[in-house]
Design a protein around this ligand. Structure first.
Ligand code: FAD
Length: 285
């Protein structure tokens, strides 16, 4: 099933979970229990990241195929194009298609930390979207990433939005945002996107803050700003990890409730492979 059909048929927000493949030193089956627990919560789809943790790229296809075959849930396979050649991408697309995985999140990916990516046939995610649409028309529903606070490399928010519109125009069916902690930023981003003619569903990426280390890592990786209410919580529970965990969960739940009140198209939960967190959040909603 194309995930775009869920967005057009479901009343109310589409709920989705994101997982990442286990590292190479662990068997692939080590994620199966996590998937089972997540699927039991009845998300509309489950997305599987690609390569972000290093050395796990080949596992994304297999895990997405497993979700489809074992659980019948639509998987969304992430796919990055930086440094990739056309034939690599075609091979992966055909592997996905053979496993009946029909939804792809088309991403550029990040250049390696030690310098620019070598070679490759693609510059931006929009080139990957174009390639998928051109080479495998009607086989995949293609999603794209969006950044409510602007992408870290973009010279300005306006510039990033113009680039986003170009990507969408290549044939993106829905967007998933980078995590954010301030709903106002998401809502104004959504307003501007709509005014630019981006009419496709925009699903909000939410990651609960569970510990102090995770926050500083996230902020340095994606540049998400910390609103004062969250900064207060972090300071208040500085010496109380359990308290911070609880307060972080509550903050995420309130964020999601606020977004639902604002008629958000979807909520995409970065589960960090922790089903207990997803369980708690879904129960509260
Ligand atoms: P793009 O849309 O190509 O944008 C990248 C930059 O290029 C932006 O600054 C944009 O403004 C600029 N740009 C775009 N088009 C043009 C143009 N025509 N001219 C000039 N500038 C342009 N990474 C992984 O490695 N694996 C994953 O599984 C993964 N999953 C993700 C899931 C989500 C929901 C999100 C939000 C991000 C994810 N990422 C993942 C991270 C992502 O790969 C990085 O954020 C990456 O730096 C940008 O990818 P993109 O697809 O947004 O790129």
């Amino acid at each position: 099933m194309f995930i775009s059909e869920i967005f057009s048929s479901k009343k109310g927000p589409v709920f989705s979970f994101e997982i990442f493949p286990p590292k190479r030193e662990y068997p692939i089956e080590s994620i199966y229990e996590t998937i089972e627990e997540l699927v039991t919560l009845d998300p509309d789809f489950v997305s599987v990241t690609y390569g972000a943790a290093g050395g796990t790229k080949d596992r994304t296809v297999e895990i997405a195929g497993y979700i489809k075959k074992r659980w019948g849930k639509p998987p969304l396979a992430h796919l990055t194009c930086i440094g990739a050649h056309r034939e690599d991408i075609l091979r992966i697309l055909d592997e996905l298609s053979a496993l009946e995985v029909k939804n792809v999140l088309a991403l550029r990916g990040d250049p390696p930390k030690d310098g620019p990516a070598e070679g490759g046939d693609f510059k931006y995610a929009k080139d990957l979207v174009h390639f998928i649409r051109e080479q495998r028309p009607d086989v995949f529903c293609v999603a794209g990433a969006a950044y409510p606070e602007g992408h870290v490399e973009a010279p300005s928010m306006a510039c990033d939005l113009i680039n986003l519109k170009k990507k969408v125009d290549e044939g993106v069916s829905f967007l998933i945002t980078q995590l954010f902690f301030d709903n106002e930023l998401f809502l104004s981003f959504r307003d501007v996107a709509r005014s630019l003619g981006i009419g496709i569903p925009i699903t909000a990426g939410i990651m609960p803050v569970l510990n102090a280390k995770q926050i500083s890592r996230m902020v340095s990786l994606c540049g998400a700003s910390i609103p004062s209410a969250l900064a207060h919580l972090i300071a208040r529970y500085e010496r109380d990890p359990k308290g911070l965990h609880e307060a972080g969960l509550e903050y995420a739940i309130n964020q999601i409730k606020g977004l639902i009140r604002e008629g958000v198209d979807g909520i995409h939960l970065y589960t960090m492979n922790k089903p207990e967190v997803a369980k708690r959040i879904m129960a509260e909603l």
